[in-house]
Design a binder for this molecule. Structure first.
Ligand code: MG
Length: 310
């Protein structure tokens, strides 16, 4: 299998932690429901491919997200894997379930905008943050790490532009509650690199440096890797991506959603940045999942490499 020619660029981190979202964000947004045994196999194979941080599932009510109704069964099947394995938790009931499962890290999913808070959480932005407060506090008290997602950081389908100060307000609020890592989501994939650097600088002025931040880009407009590079140049070392580019984006009305992990790994390894990932094992895993779903992966790297892997 071909691999990227290595040429360092300077001013970049030596190592990046890839935060793999395929099993949760990816499969949640696929129309097809994947059997729990196949999900467990997917996670095991991703871990074997060297992904040390995999978000496993979401403890939402089954009626909200039927694709993830098997969360408890899945967690029992996956068991103890080395590394970080967060689970998304929407509310206190979800936290109770996470604690009962012995989860070591949770993630909460907040919005940067009023419109998305109302559409996705059926609450005002302020009410949604107040809903998360006891979840985060109790989780931290129980010794869990908490990641705070902030969606619509760079654009909102109903509001259009999103002010940097608005994102900072939500970010500071989540950090004060106890979220250790904040993931900045470009949920509709509209951001360009200047916006990324602008927001990172704004957050820095509020005491939130790149060590506290992760980036979550969508490739809807083909900007995900350019935005990633801008974030790396600004000191960010945690990048969210989805194996095979799983998960379209329901809010962008597009088949292209999450940045594909294969595309990210190609760039990082080309830059001489360590990820711990075996690209060939990852590609074989994503090809297997694409066959299971019955549709080709949107990942450019996977598409280019697939013929040499058959
Ligand atoms: Mg996503």
């Amino acid at each position: 299998m071909r691999s990227p020619q290595r040429r360092e660029l300077g001013g970049l981190p030596d190592r990046v932690q890839i935060y793999e979202v395929g099993p949760r964000d990816g499969l949640q947004n696929e129309s097809q429901v994947v059997e729990v045994e196949a999900k467990a196999e997917f996670i095991r194979r991703l871990a074997e491919a060297g992904l040390g941080c995999i978000e496993l599932t979401s403890l939402v009510p089954a009626k909200w997200v039927p694709q993830l109704a098997d969360a408890e069964d899945l967690l029992a099947m996956v068991g103890d894997l080395p590394g970080r394995h967060p689970v998304l938790v929407p509310n206190e009931r979800g936290l109770d379930r996470a604690l009962a499962c012995g989860v070591g890290e949770i993630a909460v999913f907040a919005s940067a905008t009023e419109s998305f808070a109302r559409r996705n959480l059926n609450r005002t932005l302020e009410e949604s943050l107040e809903m998360f407060r006891p979840v985060v506090t109790r989780a931290v008290d129980a010794g869990l790490a908490v990641r705070g997602y902030i969606s619509m950081c760079f654009g909102d389908p109903w509001e259009g532009e999103v002010a940097e100060a608005q994102v900072a307000r939500v970010a500071v609020s989540l950090a004060e509650m106890g979220c250790g890592e904040l993931s900045l989501g470009d949920t509709i994939g509209v951001a360009t690199p200047g916006q990324v650097v602008g927001l990172l600088a704004e957050l820095g002025r509020h005491g939130l440096g790149p060590d506290r931040l992760a980036v979550h880009f969508h490739d809807t407009y083909g900007q995900a890797l350019a935005n990633t590079l801008a974030a790396l140049q600004h000191g960010v070392t945690t990048v969210d991506s989805s194996a095979g580019g799983l998960g379209g984006c329901p809010y962008a009305g597009s088949a292209t959603g999450n940045l594909a992990t294969e595309d990210l790994v190609w760039q990082l390894h080309g830059l001489g940045i360590q990820t711990g990932v075996n690209l060939e094992a990852l590609c074989r895993t994503s090809l297997w999942m694409a066959r299971l779903l019955g549709r080709p992966s949107p990942s450019r790297t996977l598409t280019a490499l697939a013929p040499t892997l058959e």
